[in-house]
Design a protein around this ligand. Structure first.
Ligand SMILES: [Zn+2]
Length: 293
């Protein structure tokens, strides 16, 4: 049984996916807006910390050193290197990049992007080894997002173990770094999956966004999802302690009323179900689409 934690509310873990100026879909945050997000956090007294540091403080029950934020990126899109890294370096920020090991250098689109956009090109693929290496050289952390980005709660135990453990081994061998944090693809998890992540040697796991029924533990740390529509005013609202408090009360109320996630008959949490629209208003026939990433 993994003990529940109480993360200081001053310590935010932000969850980004893509940073670019060409896409308008829900997972893409405009590069200039991303810079403004970080500038705002730094200017208003938030200190950038690593996800590992957050986990270590929670593990040791150390209080947060004032307001702080950790940055995370899911999936390993190429624009993490082309657009996010220059901003991070310029502002002296550190981040954790959750990579799906099978896609690094694979030179093909993520399956959920096929048919979602009118066109998909190399700029929409995962990073290659050189690009991930540049992140590492710049002091960024790598985390695991499994090997093949499956819905873990739908797999049998040996397959879950392979995805969780082998991705760690693969990334560590390829990039010569320690991979100590884990992110559940599409938030799909159950007790067995979480226990597997703890057993594989990770120090922390993250989910996003908070959803009812998941107790927050070191292996289910809740993040704040940042999406295309997260304008600076919306981010400011999210940072407002009163807003956070009201939101927390609502979540607690929902959690008390919810079925524990381990008993749920639907193992898949669609934590990233987003409507998407192409630049110029193109949409796949049939209207708005959903993406699970
Ligand atoms: Zn993902």
């Amino acid at each position: 049984m993994i003990p529940e934690v109480r993360k200081p509310h001053e310590c935010l873990i932000l969850a980004y996916h893509r940073i670019n100026e060409s896409r308008q879909d829900a997972l893409s945050v405009n590069t200039r807006l991303f810079r403004r997000h970080l500038e705002h956090l730094l200017e208003t007294g938030y200190r950038n910390v690593t996800l590992e540091e957050v986990a270590a403080r929670i593990r040791c029950k150390e209080p947060s050193p004032g307001r702080c934020f950790a940055l995370t990126f899911d999936d390993g899109y190429r624009d993490n290197y082309t657009d996010a890294l220059p901003v991070l370096k310029d502002l002296g920020c550190q981040a954790t990049f959750f990579l799906a090991a099978d896609y690094i250098g694979a030179n093909r689109p993520f399956p959920w992007d096929v048919g979602r956009f009118a066109w998909v090109g190399p700029a929409d693929y995962a990073m290659d080894e050189r690009e991930v290496g540049a992140l590492v050289d710049a002091g960024m952390s790598l985390g695991s997002h499994t090997c093949s980005h499956p819905l873990l709660a739908t797999l049998d135990a040996p397959r879950v173990w392979h995805e969780v453990e082998q991705s760690k081994v693969t990334l560590e061998r390829r990039f010569g770094v320690s991979v100590r944090t884990f992110c559940y693809p599409a938030g799909s998890l159950n007790d067995g999956v979480v226990a597997c992540v703890a057993r594989a040697g990770y120090v922390a796991g993250v989910v996003t966004p908070p959803r009812p029924g998941i107790p927050e533990t070191l292996f289910t740390l809740k993040r704040v999802g940042v999406y295309h529509g997260t304008t600076l005013p919306r981010l400011r609202l999210r940072l407002n302690p009163l807003y956070s408090r009201v939101r927390g009360i609502i979540w607690e109320w929902k959690e008390r009323r919810s079925i524990p996630f381990t008993q749920s008959s639907t193992p898949v949490a669609r934590h990233h179900i987003q409507r998407t629209r192409e630049p110029g208003g193109n949409e796949r026939p049939g209207g708005a689409l959903e993406v699970l990433a």
